[in-house]
Design a protein around this ligand. Sequence first.
Ligand code: AMP
Length: 473
Amino acid sequence: MMTATTGNEVTQAQTTFESLGLAPEILKALSESGYTKPTPIQAQAIPLALAGGDLMAGAQTGTGKTAAFALPLLQKILPLASNSASPARHPIRALILTPTRELAIQVEESVKAYAKYTNLRSLVVFGGVDIKTQTPSLMRGVEILVATPGRLLDHVEQRTLQLGQVQMLILDEADRMLDMGFMPDLKRILALLPKQRQNLMFSATFSNEIKKLSEAFLHNPTLIEVARSNATAENVTQKVYLVEQANKHAQLTDILRGSDASQVIVFTKTKLTASRLAKQLQREGLLADAIHGDKSQKERMEALDAFKQGKVAVLIATDVAARGLDIDQLPMVINYEIPSAPEDYVHRIGRTGRAGASGTAISLVSPEEEKYLAEIEKLIKRQIDKLPGITGSRSGREAQPREKREDRNSTRGESISQPSRSLPKKKSSDPWFDKPYEPSGTATVRPPVNRHASGRSKAPVAALLGGLRRQDS
Ligand code: AMP
């Protein structure tokens, strides 16, 4: 059975971190992080989690959900903190499971920052790196372990960790864990944990599968939601350009060159398109790079760091690779191809408009993709503004007067179609890259747009990012 809270907006608006009863050590770290007051999900989740019950929380990335589970977790295990060097005094007391390595890393960074003034230790373990490098830190003892499921089970098999004293379990981005095929791993992990424990589950979307998962793993959970499930952030301006597949590249370049945005994530459906697009944009003089599951962990972290530091302005990403990326104040997200699973649209645009900042989410939608657009609009329960995109061939487009295109494409005075300020307008000279989109059967580019029309292929996606333990973890 699930209890839903309605949430009292007046009370929540008045909530402070102090009034939540958090310890001075935690408050000090929060103030150093620049947090002045709890976000709505924090104001709702923290008191409930401190009270000890199970929680099923609907909150997408960008709402402050990490602190919503990390702060009560730290507060609850703080009395057990020890300054002893003995590993026995630092058993794993809280386990945080995340679907991807990148999210695991970010969650642990946050936990570490909030626990800075305590004696609590945290560690992150994920696949794709030599397991031996993680063992010494585990052996020293950690109270809070952040892990991807496959690698956690590898450590269990190698007896490099023990889960017998876990008193809190957090499933972060539970919907994505299911999408990536982690259910069998989750079941195995849950069987290894003490029965007496608190469970907090966070999910951006509330599908029937998620409801089933919560029924199976949570005990009388309280349901909290900060926004309507599957809603997209109110402060994100969404729009669609209706554009033929063959004209998408020109449309993208046009948007990028005219944009004031210093950082943009461009989403593609496949890693091949991500790589191809990144190379193409680099040739055109844009600071672009790609992040996807075929790149090594090191390459992905380097690309992400370069993006965070502003050395890369345009990051091309596939859904799995971008999942959970915590990039503050990302002003713009562009869907080069819209996802066939509408929930992925919600996740993608959750990259922008974080923590109250405003953002723009632009989708390039070809006629073949319009059916997916309809599904997205059904899910988010709103119509997205549609604008006519660039038409005609590349050369035809270039023959058009610039002003005319700007006029047609601009909306509400936004600068996305203004002439380039600083980016050179070099044209790609590689015939392979200049070839228009060719549907299946040829040696090139990508599968037909409707490849996943009858459901997504889960295993290969999982394999990209650590979802399949044998291959990746
Ligand atoms: P999350 O949804 O956990 O990924 O958090 C999104 C971003 O909001 C992160 O950059 C956090 O550091 C930031 N954040 C979380 N809580 C707060 C808060 N109470 N005040 C300001 N920023 C916050």
